[in-house]
Design a binder for this molecule. Sequence first.
Ligand code: SF4
Ligand code: ZN
Length: 308
Amino acid sequence: MKCKRCGELAAVKLPSHHAGFCPSCFEGFFKKQVETAVRRHGMIGRDEKVLVAVSGGKDSLALMRVLTDLGHVVEGLHVHLGIPDSSDPVAERTKAFCAANGLTLHVLHTAEHGLAVPDVKDAVRRPVCAVCGKIKRHYFNRFAYENGFAALATGHNLDDETARLFANVLRWDPAYLGTQGPTLPGEGKFVRKIKPLYRLTEFETAAYCFLKGIDHWKAACPYSGGASFTGHKKLIADLEDRSPGQKTAFYEAFLAQGRPHFAGASRGEGQDTLYACAQCGFPSSGEVCGVCRVREQVATHKARREAV
Ligand code: SF4
Ligand code: ZN
């Protein structure tokens, strides 16, 4: 197969675009998809500073690289969760990538905030991933807000977004359907959330990393019980195999025709009003936010353990 743009031998075949690209033209295609996403969804204004949530995986490193190459002012934040045999090597790999590429990276240790994830796992009764996700979202937003970033960018790709949409449609969850999208506007202490990779598939970000020599972290977190939405992703991948382009069509049609019907949908009784958390001051649906409550639980659990 020949490259659609220059006629050289294609290195990446994309059935959904009826095209193949050589390495250089694939990079051009990749950047164009991000540029289109940013422009269409008003993600980044002129001279605005963007914080990238950097896990160390392929999507977040690709995102950091491509936004920088497109001329945006970007810094990264890596949240170190204190998980044995995992958090240290991930953080080291992420730091090495940023240093080699001249990118600014901040590292925040949740242990310094009384929230090392192994302690959280011991202290709470809920599945650790639900709580860990809440902690990461809190600190990414808080860091962005307190350090004057206009937007927080995450590496969600088209596979993540279609799988989430499919799950929300299966439940006909109006509040989630009303807010799911590539840009969530900022409000008060919530900074704008953006997903510049939403037009690119997992395969495409993996190919980009491979061709650019981006050495990302591949091992799963030891606490992971399997990636979320795995089953949904398999179903959608099957549809895509049979009919290339389905993923993009499903998601773009939702944005154009589905989402407007759910705009402003309520989260349920008592869930829509936000207060300032009495401890950290960030938005909360109760007097104390979920993250500060978990911190209290961890402290209580530790104190009990030490007392016996
Ligand atoms: Fe946190 Fe779960 Fe992800 Fe591990 S797999 S980093 S515990 S959300
Ligand atoms: Zn709080």
